[in-house]
Design a protein around this ligand. Structure first.
Ligand code: SF4
Length: 375
């Protein structure tokens, strides 16, 4: 059997955040039960194939912690015989959506990693971006998880938020780290067209920090997090030794995974396919005993190579050239000689033995580096 990662999507949130472009809806009460029935059918399809074991399971969303905890139990029970011993099993949580009963049940069913979406320490900023929770709710949730023995906790933070100053960002980083979490993810706000925040910025009602401040915040994150023993291992991710997110490493190492649930993407045997994004369509397909797959594409060798380069360079361990040469039957140094020379000259990459890494400057300008490898 193939050892892969499994992502399970729960597309419900109490309310849409102003910047959110994810597949999430505020109509859990109508759809939760039929959605879970559909999801269990999709998961059973993969289990009955008997082809996969799961080295990681990631229950993401949306906000998985707002659904009935017994539904989380049903999901885990449906796949448990294929979950590998010592697998990393993560659930995403928003502050204020967990209580003692839920935490106990998560622990009992084998969830061993929690990812909490705090985003900012200041209630003022949380309010501006339309988050449901406040800082107090975050601290309470974190304490509940700790009380129930969760010792692998990530906190998501965002920078370049409207009205966020460098001092506020510094405060967010320091205060979260002081709580002793094992992992922190830091992402810059992406203003997606069609979101409420996009309209507010366009109409001049809100503004975001300029590019220079954005980069300064990025560099500040690395500097502060490292003083707390949280080492950068990917462009936006930091962890204590031994607490890297194994599930996300599957994506960055361009390995295989299955995504179950509305809008989820899968990549198996050089084929990428994705499910219907609409909850209604997803449920209807499975009710009809059809797979909820909207479309699929074969990943060409060139595309696979580019993805491997782009994703691998995100990691601080960089690219291991002999592996790439073997997998794609190429001579990497020859094929990309000119590109490597140029990027090296601009101090964007470093070549050391069989490995190629982004430099700090290269991480700052990572998109520019990735584009250079496109054919
Ligand atoms: S909690 Fe996450 S998924 Fe839900 S609306 Fe906010 S950003 Fe979107």
């Amino acid at each position: 059997m193939k050892s892969i990662g499994l992502y399970i999507h729960i597309p419900f949130c109490y309310k849409k955040c102003l910047y959110c472009d994810f597949n999430s809806y505020a109509n859990k009460d109508i759809y939760e039960e039929p959605y879970i029935e559909a999801l269990l059918k999709e998961l059973n399809y993969y289990i009955n194939q008997g082809k996969y074991t799961f080295k990681t399971v990631f229950i993401g969303g949306g906000t998985p912690t707002i659904i009935n905890p017994e539904n989380i139990e049903r999901i885990i029970k449906a796949i448990e015989k294929n979950i590998e011993k010592d697998a990393e099993i993560t659930i995403e949580c928003n502050p204020g959506t967990v209580d003692e009963k839920k935490a106990l049940l998560y622990k009992t069913v084998g969830i061993n990693r929690i990812s909490i979406g705090l985003q900012a320490w200041q209630d003022e900023l949380l309010n501006i971006i339309g988050r449901m929770h406040d800082r107090k709710g975050f601290i309470e949730s974190l304490n509940i998880f700790r009380k129930h023995g969760f010792d692998n906790i990530n906190v998501d933070l965002m920078f370049s938020l409207p009205k966020q100053t460098l001092q506020m960002w510094e405060e967010s980083l320091n205060n979260v780290c002081s709580l002793g979490v094992e992992h922190v993810s830091c992402y810059s706000l992406i203003v997606e067209e069609g979101t409420t925040i996009y309209q507010l910025i366009r109409s001049g009602q809100l503004s975001i920090p300029d590019d220079e401040t954005d980069r300064e915040m990025y560099r500040m994150a690395k500097e502060i997090l490292e003083t707390y023993g949280l080492k950068q291992y990917e462009i936006s991710n930091y962890s204590r030794e031994g607490f890297q997110c194994i599930h996300n490493l599957i994506y960055w190492n361009n390995e295989e995974y299955i995504g179950a649930g509305a809008g989820s993407h899968s990549k198996i045997d050089r084929v990428r396919y994705w499910n219907y994004r609409s909850i209604e369509e997803y449920i209807a397909r499975l009710k009809n005993n059809e797979l909820p797959v909207e479309d699929r594409e074969i990943i060409s060798t060139e595309e696979g190579l580019w993805e491997t380069i782009m994703l691998g360079l995100r990691l601080n361990t960089g690219l291991f050239i002999p592996d790439i040469n073997e997998k794609y039957s190429i001579n990497f140094m020859e094929k990309y000689g000119d590109v490597l020379f140029k990027l090296n000259r601009y101090e964007l990459i470093q070549i050391s033995g069989d490995r190629i890494y982004l430099t700090d400057k290269g991480r700052d300008l990572s998109n520019t580096v990735f584009v250079e490898f496109m054919e």
